[in-house]
Design a protein around this ligand. Structure first.
Ligand code: CA
Length: 243
């Protein structure tokens, strides 16, 4: 049974996945959505992590280097009767999915899947967990910037910056990681999703437009305000800083 949660505590996820690319994207993508995420590359490591800090949900790859994911699912279920277990499988055989569900998994996703679909499934399952789960942060403040992700409003000082949808999503990801570098790949994965490995010119265009709108809002603000700075890290990505 997951420990009773404070209203303020984040939903905790454990990712058990040996593929570096998938594991890294899941870790970054899920953290970007406010989930406290731990990533383990082996079945044994995953079981140890679940023992040390029982998570709310486990995303479990079936093909692991040291164990069969189905055995891991069975073990997790026996130790944590109420944990949500979602199998991530590249296997297309129905028999694996059936075995996984019989072993105690709640749901499964067949690779390749998009982050959007995974997040939607997670939300659907987590809604049924007791109150206190899925407490997503809604407002980010950084200097003169106030970003309300529920109302989807962005203020610099007292002036609202009229952001387009992707500009808002991009700023939200940067605000969640304020002060930390976010790679171009991670921004693409979290804001555009389907273009994980696609061209990133659209990112440059959206970012330039976002900077312009933030600057315009700062200028329009009646109380003196500086826009946040989106620093460019050459060859890597961006970092949001206080203006
Ligand atoms: Ca694998």
């Amino acid at each position: 049974m997951p420990a009773p949660q404070d209203r303020d505590s984040a939903t905790t996820l454990l990712v058990i996945e040996d593929d570096d690319t998938i594991g890294r994207h899941l870790e970054t993508g899920l953290r970007g959505q406010g989930y406290a995420t731990t990533w383990c590359r082996t079945g044994k490591g995953g079981l140890a992590a679940a023992r040390a800090a029982p998570p709310d949900a486990v995303l479990l790859d079936l093909g692991l280097p040291d164990a069969d994911g189905i055995d891991i699912a069975r073990e997790l279920r026996s130790r944590l009767p109420d944990v949500l277990i979602m199998i991530l499988t590249a296997r297309t055989d129905d028999i694996d999915v059936i075995a996984g569900l019989d072993a105690g998994a709640d749901d499964y996703l067949v690779k390749p899947f998009t982050l959007s679909v995974l997040l939607a499934r997670l939300r659907a399952h987590l809604r049924r967990l007791p109150a206190g789960h899925d407490d997503r942060r809604e407002t980010y403040r950084l200097g003169n910037l106030v970003l309300d992700t529920r109302a989807r409003t962005c203020f610099v000082g007292d002036a609202e910056a009229p952001l387009r949808s992707k500009e808002f999503d991009l700023l939200t990801v940067l605000a969640r990681h304020a002060g930390a570098a976010v790679s171009r790949e991670d921004l693409m994965a979290q804001v555009w999703d389907e273009n994980w490995f696609g061209p990133t010119k659209t990112l440059d265009v959206t970012l330039a437009s976002l900077r312009r709108r933030l600057q315009q809002a700062a200028t329009a603000s009646r109380q003196p305000a500086r826009p946040p700075v989106i620093a460019t890290l050459r060859g890597y990505g961006y970092r949001l800083e206080e203006g």
